[in-house]
Design a protein around this ligand. Structure first.
Ligand code: ATP
Ligand code: ZN
Length: 228
């Protein structure tokens, strides 16, 4: 379903690590938004823009099929979904701007008592992750016999449960790893929030609003960079 009306639709994470900064960015661009806690759609009253509040994992799909015009998403999710869908023939989004928040890395970690020297030490091991495609792409170059175990959450407890010898998960401060007696050994992907746009053709009225929004965000990022 393509969003056919003249209002721009922006998909943001409803509740999580991207939510606050995503809203702050739009607000700082002069867009008035008053999302209620449980509201899925929130209309701006001073700009032809509707905010769609969803799980972050759903954002790449909503942009790809044109249900939403813009989305704010971590490059980790964007890249994992692209690899999963094997998108070679179809353009599913356009990256408009790297936003510089939600900075984190996807890393392989092992228990502190694991005698790790390099990646070859993981031969015949199992690695638990929510990012099987990114991990598989990274491991491809080494031609090792490593099994990827996909888990959607609580990846950090997999070694303690005996499900895997190592994990591949998002790290920012390293506090979760420390709390679970794990040591980060390989960084495989660096991530940050990004503004993406649907490849679907916009009607002329929407295009004007879309260009205006893009420029506002770019301008805001530029000014912010100069100030910091
Ligand atoms: P949802 O319910 O929307 O699916 P989630 O549990 O997948 O939420 P969050 O934990 O809120 O997602 O993380 C959202 C995004 O924030 C991540 O995909 C990543 O881009 C970024 N992020 C930044 N730091 C971290 C971190 N330390 N751990 C996890 N994600 C992080
Ligand atoms: Zn998610």
């Amino acid at each position: 379903m393509v969003n056919e009306n003249n209002r721009i639709r922006v998909a943001v994470q409803k509740s999580g690590r991207l939510s606050e900064e995503s809203l702050r960015l739009l607000t700082n661009c002069g867009i008035r938004l008053r999302p209620q806690k449980e509201e899925l759609i929130c209309q701006s009253d001073n700009f032809p823009l509707d905010l769609l509040r969803v799980r972050d994992d759903d954002i790449p799909g909503l942009i790809a099929d044109g249900s939403c015009d813009f989305g704010i998403i971590g490059t980790n999710v964007l890249q994992e979904k692209s690899l999963q869908n094997g998108e070679k023939s179809r353009i599913t989004h356009e990256i408009i701007e790297y936003l510089g928040f939600a900075l984190c890395r996807l890393s392989i970690s092992v228990p502190k008592n694991f005698p790790y020297q390099d990646i070859r030490c993981l031969e015949k091991c199992r690695i638990a992750t929510s990012y099987p495609h990114l991990l598989s792409l990274f491991l491809k170059q080494y031609k090792l016999n490593i099994k990827i175990t996909t888990l959607t959450g609580s990846v950090e407890i997999a070694p303690r449960l005996g499900i895997a010898e190592g994990i591949c998960d998002l790290v920012s401060t390293g506090a979760t790893l420390e709390a679970n007696n794990l040591r980060e050994v390989e960084t495989i992907f660096k991530s940050q929030a990004v503004l993406i746009k649907s490849p679907n053709l916009l009607n002329p009225e929407k295009k004007i609003v879309s260009d205006f929004l893009q420029n506002k965000i770019k301008q805001f990022k530029k000014t912010n960079k100069t100030m910091s």
